[in-house]
Design a protein around this ligand. Structure first.
Ligand SMILES: [Zn+2]
Length: 156
């Protein structure tokens, strides 16, 4: 997932490049994954966030990046951002609480592809205001690693 700060600044949605910090204490291996897959975190995005396994598909990387926003994992966001578009730092807003993720459409992005797109809607609440981020993110795979390249708001 993107939340590309340069793009987001122009939108009337505050704190879109933020993430809610749950902290290590809120995590446990039995918890349901925040990405909404319905699987346990340790068997879903935790495998990429904590165990260091490369995400096999663009969608898997996108979901794990959403979880990184939820958990305030700036390190993971930077590590999975393509070097050509990676910001110097990822500003996470501690006031932002992520509420859920819906993956709408995926295009390519499979284990044998080198490019992929994932369209999603993420919902959050910031200082009492609900917000909704609808983005089509682009990913590229190099050296066996999927990375987030950039994103745009889908037309229409
Ligand atoms: Zn997950």
């Amino acid at each position: 997932m993107g939340f590309y700060p340069d793009r987001v600044v122009g939108h009337a949605v505050p704190g879109i490049n933020g993430g809610h910090r749950l902290g290590k204490a809120a995590r446990n291996t039995g918890q349901t994954c925040p990405c909404g897959s319905g699987r346990r975190r340790a068997e879903c995005c935790g495998a990429y966030l904590d165990a260091g396994r490369p995400a096999p598909t663009a969608e898997a990387l996108m979901r794990s990046r959403y979880v990184a926003f939820v958990e305030g994992r700036e390190d993971y966001l930077r590590a999975t951002w393509h070097p050509s578009t990676r910001p110097v730092s990822v500003a996470l807003d501690p006031e932002q609480r992520w509420l859920g993720l819906d993956v709408r459409v995926t295009r390519a992005g499979g284990p044998d592809d080198s490019e992929g797109e994932v369209e999603f809607v993420a919902r959050a609440r910031v200082r009492g205001r609900g917000m909704r981020l609808h983005e089509r993110s682009r990913f590229v795979r190099e050296g066996g690693q999927w990375r987030y390249l950039d994103g745009e708001a889908p037309q229409g």
